[in-house]
Design a protein around this ligand. Structure first.
Ligand code: DC
Length: 216
């Protein structure tokens, strides 16, 4: 049975990683969370860069992009608002993107991966057999993040979370290097008013169809 590549892109807090994990489990594929890789670089900057100035940080990271940066196994340390915010700032640096995109392409060389991010269907795997673009209204996404932070015992005011969602959307869609945008051949799913099981049914059906097409 030939394996396919699944690209899941979309805005922050749309459930990309939830569905990517479910689809990977369902198909027996490898799940790759590319946002975690950008977050890992952000965490590395926060803990190693001597400067807090944005321009100096950019120069510093350009000169310190090596395989010494741990990209996996960082757990919840990369799941804070601070790291998420800095991740979307380091993600505008072309050198950072090239460094990570190369690694992501290597991880998916053999197919059989479900990768989630912002540029998977457009840049990392433009030939992915199944591309899904997730979106939802900003207020809905902010409420999901708000509840998540509350559940983790690190609550933040809703207004701050909403502002953060809007700032991130803006940065992710307006950066020069591979901005977040929908691939022309992506299937768009607005899940503002959908529950998880309904989406899982829909997405697994899409996956089954794409695999069947590949093996026809
Ligand atoms: O999906 P996430 O919230 O963990 O991603 C953190 C940031 O990383 C996000 O604001 C934008 C950036 N990112 C990116 O630019 N490209 C990707 N493929 C994945 C994430």
């Amino acid at each position: 049975m030939k394996k396919i590549t699944v690209a899941i892109d979309g805005y922050s807090s749309c459930g990309k990683s939830t569905f990517a994990k479910i689809l990977a489990d369902y198909a027996g594929y490898v799940y790759v969370d590319t946002g975690a890789m950008y977050r890992a670089i952000a965490l590395y900057v926060l803990t190693h860069c001597p400067s807090q100035d944005s321009a100096e940080r950019t120069e510093w990271i350009k000169h310190n992009l090596t395989d010494d940066i741990p990209l996996t196994g960082l757990g919840d340390t990369i799941r804070t608002l601070e790291v998420g915010n800095l991740a979307s700032q380091v993600a505008v640096i072309p050198e950072v993107r090239h460094f990570l995109v190369r690694k992501q392409q290597q991880m998916g060389l053999a197919g059989g991966v479900v990768m989630d991010g912002r540029d998977i269907g457009t840049v990392v795997f433009p030939k992915a057999e199944l591309k899904i673009f997730l979106t939802a209204r900003p207020e809905v996404r902010a409420m999901r993040r708000f509840k998540e932070l509350e559940g983790k015992g690190t609550p933040q005011p809703f207004e701050d979370v909403l502002r953060d969602v809007n700032d991130r959307d803006y940065r992710d869609t307006h950066r020069e290097e591979s901005p977040l945008r929908q691939a022309e051949d992506a299937i768009v799913l607005d899940n503002s008013d959908m529950e998880i099981p309904e989406q899982v049914t829909y997405l697994t059906k899409l996956l089954d169809e794409a695999v069947a097409k590949k093996n026809a």
